[in-house]
Design a protein around this ligand. Sequence first.
Ligand code: HAX
Length: 440
Amino acid sequence: MGELKELFKARADAAVAEIKDLLKEHGNKKIGEVTLAQVYQGMRGITGLVTETSLLDAHEGIRFRDYSIPELQEKLPKAKDGTEPLPEGLFYLMLIGEMPSEEDAHQITSVWQRRSHVPTHVFHTIDALPITAHPMTMFVTGVMALQTESNFAKSYAKGMSKKDYWEYVFDDSMDLIARLPRIAAYVYRRKYKFSEHIQPNGLLDWAGNLAHMMGFEDESFKELMRLYMTIHADHEGGNVSAHTTHLVGSALSDPYLSFAAGMNGLAGPLHGLANQEVIKWIFDMREELETELPSKEQIADYVQKTLSAGKVVPGYGHAVLRKTDPRFTAQMEFGKKHMPDDPLVQTVWNIYETVPPILQSLGKIKNPWPNVDAHSGALLVHYGLEEYEFYTVLFGVSRSLGVLASLCWDRALGFPLERPKSVTTEAVKSWLAGNGEIWE
Ligand code: HAX
């Protein structure tokens, strides 16, 4: 851990100096204009954040430190005999900004193994919730209970210098990431497997161990988990889970509090919960049509019915992307390799051929193409993970990698409390009437 921490500190110190010079020379340069419509409509397209770990191009999709998903699949270290990337390697890439060696990734595996102990009170706190509670509620409750372990919070209470914030945020982030698979698997086994829990396997990688503790020993499911944990990890800084973690962290709330806040945002159906909504929507369609493999015509009718009921088609559309999400494509490739004849997976592909022209014909939807959530559930169901309410927890475990690597950067770069300005409609009307910006 020492080495990674020192390397991160060296990279961060260099970035601090670079940003200082950059702001000295260009600090007054305008980076865009804000329209009234943007202020009222979800701040779309307003550049207002720095997130170093990844960047989203509307047409090409996500790049992690400039690497696309196919490039990550090719270049990141793999598990022994595996072909999918190890999420440990992606974490290294996001944190340090360089492609890790095999040894770098395996070192993170062993650090996370060593730091993965979850204190008993966390399990008791989860157990206090009714079994009917949503898995995301149990997961976030577990993370909140784990906050007792925050070294950042303890050191801040004792009195800590600003220049040391990053170090405690780094340590807490590593501890938290290391512990999340255990909490997630505990929630899964508690809710769906009669609380018959499975102990971690000290020889497995982070994602492989999550699969093992959930009770899935199939090697190709472990490979799916490695891919899943890699592609869901980060999507630049403005999405709800990343932005919330960053915002709450800017108040110097510790990584446990900040991450839990981000996870509450991920649990919304327009964000991470869309993965459960997709599979629920497909199951409902199959039940109503009484077929495992609905035709494209039947799918088109069902889509129209969904739209007429005033609902969204889950898994389609995006606030920034304007093409098929490369995370969807990566999962489609996995499906073609491992389960090309699965009727549910084929249905996802038939939906892909049917939905975009229908959404496009409505004329108001900016992106008719599938996002990451349109595919993930069908792959999980193939391996027997049919409890779709659990899917967002898997997303959450993965998302920790990006948002916590970013939180380390936030504190290392000394980013201040985030506090944008808001206005009232009265103030806007007064401004439009020529009375100046009365909020200035
Ligand atoms: N089905 C039906 N209508 C849709 C739609 C869809 N999939 N996507 C967008 N629209 C509608 C919007 O509701 C909006 O309608 P109104 O003007 O009547 O309010 C209109 O089209 C314009 O929306 P937009 O500008 O294209 O999209 P937004 O940036 O406002 O919203 C969303 C982006 C992702 C929230 C939206 O596309 C959506 O609700 N999709 C379905 C839910 C989903 O898949 N969410 C997951 C997104 C990816 C993610 O975060 N994963 O975690």
